[in-house]
Ligand binder design. Structure first.
Ligand SMILES: [Zn+2]
Length: 454
């Protein structure tokens, strides 16, 4: 097939990307058999979409490796991992390191190039899930009810879904990278343990990821550097907002997200425009702060303002506005307002609602003790009714009401009996906020006299 005929056919089929997935795959294989690999030189990503053409994708990327940008190198790395070619994956990881990827997105790619897939897998109609065989006990436990995820996504999105999606649980910590071409994600479960709460949390995170795949069907805009910030802010907020429906905690999570947003926005850690324009910078600068929860709070604000249906359909409605050419123009038309104006309105609302009237006051933390380690660091021990994640469920202020940066000490996230560390503060008193879904607690703690909170 000549160039023109091929691409005409390809783009026609791509209009219904999931409905035509098999036809698209067959068309590409046919063309690969007829033409030279170089035919796809300027559109390599096309070959990265299918397991059947993944080897050729890697080959054509290698042929032009010095011209690949970091995004393509990441896709190449993840494709090698999918093919279980860890030697080449490690080589590409090194190239990315030299190009500063680990500085730009710390911990993001850690452990991915060391994935050793289990024999035991979950195989549903859409989802294939594996875990690293070195964490068999945990992996088996976590994928046990993945059929519930399939039930939810089919109910929610019908057949507007990739025909094959791959989820891999790896023994590492940090944000999880994904291969959007192949619909494959690597979840870091190094900080998880066997509990129902954790399993639901992970399952709902997979729902979050599948939402990203689903909305690709509607997203016709080119998301370049000027669009990525405004896009991610809505995209991630919406994905989290949808996750709460899997958990059946939609209204409870709003209270939690608004509380998180209060701590983030009230502390003026960044300009509102940074959250809008420099999503990745803010996200990686504030790794242990609730950035995703803050974005989710904004989606809830939109739900309050425009109604559930309008927000629920924000991506699906894109084809109704064929004349619009960019994501930011789309938002402006869809909401009849600039994103930054809506964000300002949201910020004011969050800050006015200081003690979040919807929160239910509860004694979540039942025990608290502080230990001075040296002149620079203190450790805080707590016992809690609910599993807490330092920096996401617990917020600590000094007596000038400056939000402190805290971090968990234990390997595990979400502990009822945990420790966290923070830098020594000059003040004698700490104000501590705890939020877990609709429940909230505020307590004051004196640092000077070996106090214990009971
Ligand atoms: Zn996401």
């Amino acid at each position: 097939m000549d160039k023109k005929a091929f691409w005409e056919k390809y783009y026609k089929l791509m209009k219904n990307i999931y409905g035509n997935q098999e036809k698209i795959e067959n068309l590409i294989i046919l063309q690969l058999n007829e033409a030279e690999l170089d035919f796809f030189k300027d559109s390599k990503y096309v070959l990265g979409r299918f397991e059947s053409t993944l080897n050729q994708f890697c080959k054509i990327c290698e042929n032009n490796i010095e011209k690949l940008n970091n995004n393509m190198l990441v896709l190449l790395l993840l494709s090698y991992v999918h093919l279980n070619d860890l030697k080449n994956a490690k080589r590409i990881r090194k190239v990315l390191k030299e190009k500063g990827m680990d500085k730009e997105r710390p911990t993001w790619l850690d452990g991915v190039d060391d994935f050793q897939p289990s024999e035991n897998i979950f195989k549903g109609k859409y989802i294939t899930a594996k875990y690293d065989k070195r964490i068999e006990d945990l992996g088996k436990f976590l994928i046990k009810d993945f059929d519930k995820i399939e039930e939810f996504i089919v109910k929610e999105w019908g057949n507007i879904l990739p025909k094959k999606m791959f989820f891999n649980l790896i023994d590492n910590v940090g944000p999880s990278p994904f291969n959007g071409l192949l619909y494959e994600a690597y979840f870091k479960v190094g900080h998880f343990y066997k509990s129902e709460f954790i399993r639901d949390y992970l399952s709902s995170t997979i729902v979050h990821e599948i939402f990203h795949f689903h909305r690709s069907n509607y997203l016709i805009y080119n998301i370049d550097d000027t669009q990525i910030g405004p896009f991610k802010f809505i995209d991630e907020g919406y994905a989290e907002w949808k996750r709460t429906e899997y958990l059946k905690k939609h209204s409870e999570y709003k209270i939690y997200a608004d509380n998180c947003a209060y701590h983030m926005l009230g502390s003026n850690l960044f300009e509102l425009s940074n959250l809008k324009d420099k999503w990745f910078k803010v996200m990686f600068d504030f790794l242990n702060f609730p950035i995703y929860e803050t974005a989710t709070s904004f989606t809830y604000f939109l739900e309050d303002k425009f109604g559930y249906d309008k927000i629920n359909k924000i991506f699906n409605a894109i084809p109704d506005y064929p004349e619009i050419k960019t994501w930011t123009d789309y938002l402006k038309t869809y909401f009849e307002s600039d994103l930054i104006n809506l964000m300002q309105e949201w910020k004011n609302k969050i800050l006015e609602n200081r003690d979040n009237k919807e929160s239910i006051s509860e004694k979540i933390i039942t025990f608290l003790k502080v230990e001075k380690i040296d002149d620079n660091e203190i450790i805080i021990y707590y016992k809690s009714r609910y599993p807490l994640w330092a920096g996401h469920n617990i917020f600590i202020y000094d007596d000038m009401m400056k939000l402190q940066s805290i971090d968990k000490i234990d390997k595990y996230r979400f502990l009822k009996d945990g420790k966290l560390k923070m830098n020594t503060v000059k003040s004698n008193q700490l104000t501590i906020f705890v939020h877990f879904f609709q429940y909230s607690q505020q307590l004051k703690f004196n640092l000077d006299d070996n106090d214990i909170y009971l």
